[in-house]
Design a protein around this ligand. Sequence first.
Ligand code: MG
Length: 264
Amino acid sequence: MQTDKWTYVFDLDGVIYRGKEPQPHAKELISVLKDRGHTVRFYTNNAARTRKSYISKLESMGIPTPVEEIMTSSYATALYFIEKNALGKTVYRIGEQGMADEFEAAGMKVLYDQEEPHAKIDFVTVGIDRQFSYQKLARAQRAILKGAQFIATNEDATFPLEGGTLQPGGGCMVAAVRCATGIEPFVVGKPSTYAYDKILELTDCTPERSVMVGDRLDTDILVGNRAGAKSVLVLTGVTSREQAESAKGDLKPDMIIETLGELI
Ligand SMILES: [Mg+2]
């Protein structure tokens, strides 16, 4: 590995785009970094969509992206199953179809709500589920209390819609399962370092040669700092300059930028 090459890890929403709108300089920055020989990865906590579904979105913004460059918390969970030699085992998920697709593509057996009420479940994964119900919670509880491993794809309490309205995030479903079982989940997504470390492993990069660029202090910046990366907060998303400048400890970004143009 050449020592002047870096791995740049970009959060998506609030950084590369906001909703359907590409952010200023995103396309230019990505192409400049790649031309200079740096490695680029995109990493979102969103567990509801497959990696493939991001390809067309990025492409429509002029950012051609092979699937290997995209990390989601669902895909990172699939990598966890692979690491644990668990392929073929049964997973029950509180989550959306994108999560199930990612697990099935890796070789897991996904148990659907209407299937085999008494089947043995090895893992329960929890992420955002806009069809969340008491029945799903009860099934997850039963399986975990019988010994299934409890995994949270991420613990985001909220996510912002365009215009700034907040919606409940996957962390709310995680909290319900934690409450029903009294058991702490293994967390895969930001701010846990599991998925970030996977990115470093897959790109053959050390933490000190990596940069995490994000718009949220309690996920993007925290994971970057915990992982030992450089952390860059861009002000085009959910964090104001005032919030960024008053952040303390592991929430404090190494660098604050107005737009991605400053990284060119
Ligand atoms: Mg974001």
